[in-house]
Design a protein around this ligand. Sequence first.
Ligand code: GSH
Length: 200
Amino acid sequence: MKLYVTYGSPYARLARIMVIEKALNERVKIIEAKTRTPGSPYYQINPSGRVPYLIDDSGVGMEDSQIICAYLDGLDGKPRFHNTAHASDWAYLRLEFSARGMCDGIAVWGREMARPANERSPTTLAHETARAERLADFFEHHVSDPPMQGLPAMAHLTLVVAVEMARRRGLGDLTAGRQRLANWMRPLSALPSVQRTFPP
Ligand SMILES: N[C@@H](CCC(=O)N[C@@H](CS)C(=O)NCC(=O)O)C(=O)O
C-alpha cells in the first residue's frame, strides 16, 4: 500500500500513527506529496490534492484520515482505536468530533500563517485562536470523562495531534494554565507512535 502524506499535516499524522501502532510499516510505503503547488504531479494521483491519501493493495485510493485510520486499524480484524462500542457511544463520539473540530480550526490557523504575511487575515487568525482556546477550556473539563480515559482511541489521538500542532506552529501552548489537559496529554505525547510522527 502507499500512503501519501505531508509531514506537517495533522491528518496525515493520524494515519502515520496508525501505520506504526498497527505494525504496518512493511506493508505501507509512506510517500511525501507536494500539496498546494500548481501543476503538482500529486494531482494526477489524488485529484483533491489533499493528504492523507491511501492506495490499497488492489490499487484503489481513498481520501480522508477518518476512513484511512479506520481501514488501517481494521486490516487485522482487531481494531484498537475504533472500538465497535464507540460507534453508538454518543458520549465518546461527541468528544471525538469536538477534538476533530479543534484540529480543523488549528489547521485553518496554520494554513493562514503559511500565507505571505501581507495575505494573512487577522480576522481569521483571531477567530481560530479564540476557537482553539474555547475548545481547550472544553477539554480541560472533559479529559477526565470516562471516554477520554483508558486505552487510546481516535478521540485521544486527534486531541493530542491538535494540541501539539498548536504548540509546534506557534498558536500557543493550549495546556498552559490547564493542568488537567496537561496531565492527560503527557502519557499520550510519550507514545512512541506519537513521538515518531512529531511534525518538523
Ligand atoms: N478532512 C481531511 C482533511 C485533510 C486536509 O485538509 N489536509 C490538508 C493538510 S493538513 C491538505 O492536504 N491540504 C492541501 C490542500 O488543501 O490542497 C482529513 O481528515 O484527512
